[in-house]
Design a protein around this ligand. Structure first.
Ligand SMILES: [Zn+2]
Length: 255
């Protein structure tokens, strides 16, 4: 579905911080901001003076104006940087450093989903999973509802696909392995499916740094990946730095 007309509709009824409606023809509203407003409806409220306005909390600067390298973006992205690597649903062999979605603006995720372990916990609901497992997930922004929709579709797949999904894990307030940034699991918007069928670049290349050239591996069937993607989840199998068990709710990258 093309979200642009929806984004336009939204923008036409939103009022920006300067007190007048944000109109589609406003050249000072970047396309990424329109995408955020339509992807996080009711939570991202508008744009004024280079800042994103939220339902709750202070505005956050959209573009800090700094040119960043790949590793600088991983360590400290602004909101614009989150869009700097486009996500492709067709990409089963990502090019060097094509890690769409690994670049996260921590301030943005904290503002949407909770800025502490306690705040995120207050937003948790459980989602039914295989073998009666209950997955804690963030209810904000439709994340948990989207995971519920994923589960319904996964159950429709033939039995042999279900093994890939068993024994999942989700919420864990922690930093990304090898980085000083909070993991998407901290916000309860990411799920790791069965590690038995998973490949992770750090397991295969324990001595490699972020800029070293590595090969690509994935054993998760495309059928499973496509179901997650159809409900707003990106797949770590589409990353150069593959993490194939990992699915993360990032609707702004899958418009
Ligand atoms: Zn993960």
């Amino acid at each position: 579905m093309n979200i642009r007309p929806i984004a336009f509709l939204w923008l036409s009824i939103l009022v920006c911080g300067c007190g007048r409606p944000v109109r589609p023809e406003d050249s000072d509203v970047p396309e990424e901001v329109r995408t955020l407003i339509s992807s996080y409806q009711g939570l991202v409220k508008g744009y004024a003076k280079g800042r994103i306005l939220f339902k709750k909390g202070d505005p956050i600067i959209f573009d800090d104006g700094k040119e960043k390298t790949f590793t600088e973006k991983l360590a400290g992205a602004d909101i614009q940087d989150m869009f700097s690597i486009p996500y492709s649903r067709e990409n089963d062999s990502p090019d060097y450093l094509q890690d769409a979605g690994r670049i996260r603006c921590e301030a943005f995720l904290k503002r949407i989903y909770g800025d502490s372990e306690k705040a995120v916990k207050a937003n948790l609901v459980t989602v039914k999973w295989f073998d009666g497992q209950k997955i804690p997930f963030n209810r904000v922004g439709g994340a948990a509802d989207s995971l519920r929709a994923v589960f319904i579709d996964l159950q429709e797949l033939p039995e042999e696909f279900h093994d890939y999904c068993r024994g999942a894990s989700s919420f864990n307030w922690r930093e990304v392995r090898g980085a000083k940034q909070m993991s998407a699991h901290s916000f309860a918007i990411a799920i790791d499916i069965n590690t038995e069928y998973s490949n992770y670049w750090r397991w295969d290349n324990p001595d490699a740094g972020e800029l070293d050239r590595i090969g690509h591996k994935n054993r998760i069937p495309e059928e499973i990946i496509r179901i997650f993607e159809s409900h707003g989840f990106i797949s770590g199998s589409r990353w150069y730095h593959y993490d194939t068990m990992h699915f993360e709710f990032r609707p702004e990258l899958l418009p």
